[in-house]
Design a protein around this ligand. Sequence first.
Ligand SMILES: CC(C)(COP(=O)(O)OP(=O)(O)OC[C@H]1O[C@@H](n2cnc3c(N)ncnc32)[C@H](O)[C@@H]1OP(=O)(O)O)[C@@H](O)C(=O)NCCC(=O)NCCS
Length: 159
Amino acid sequence: MEIADATIDLAKSYCDAVDAVACEGKWLSVSKGFSLSDSLAFMRYCARSNAVQLFLKDGHTVAGWCDIVPYGFKGGRLGIGLRKEYRNQGYGGRLLDAALDKAAGRYRKIVLFVRATNTGATALYEKRGFKVKKVFKEYAYEGLPEQVLMMVKKVKKKD
Ligand SMILES: CC(C)(COP(=O)(O)OP(=O)(O)OC[C@H]1O[C@@H](n2cnc3c(N)ncnc32)[C@H](O)[C@@H]1OP(=O)(O)O)[C@@H](O)C(=O)NCCC(=O)NCCS
């Protein structure tokens, strides 16, 4: 297993990974993934905007992703996901740590949105110093009201 910057040759596997996690219907804000051309456009946007975009790789398979894209004034918005079979083995924590490390110097704070029912992810974020800033009580995912937490972490400058 390897954590590395995203590369275009793995776009299809990345696209499939996002779709697999989205289709579980429990974790992301969408219940299906994006087309390959939309995924490629997003990757190009990440590169253009000096965003953080990392892949957790199992050979040529994208097992997980973590991106931090520009959000508001000097902020970054974080997204992360691992295919089901790679979870709960420490990889998500390592991927998040690598992304936060890269974010230092690029962003002053990191913002993320997580469903309140996603207690595993919320626990991980809290362990990494994220704090709940706001609770959206009636956020609609696929038309259904859900509690969504906005969590924020300040980023230390790199020496
Ligand atoms: C959230 C996710 C990225 C975490 O990755 P993971 O590989 O499963 O998590 P890890 O095994 O690395 O565990 C991460 C940490 O969270 C802790 N943790 C995980 N689940 C926990 C739980 N239910 N309660 C308390 N702590 C928990 C672990 O102890 C670990 O702590 P450590 O790094 O200090 O040892 C992964 O589970 C995932 O992709 N879930 C589906 C998609 C998703 O929810 N994305 C986030 C949307 S906001």
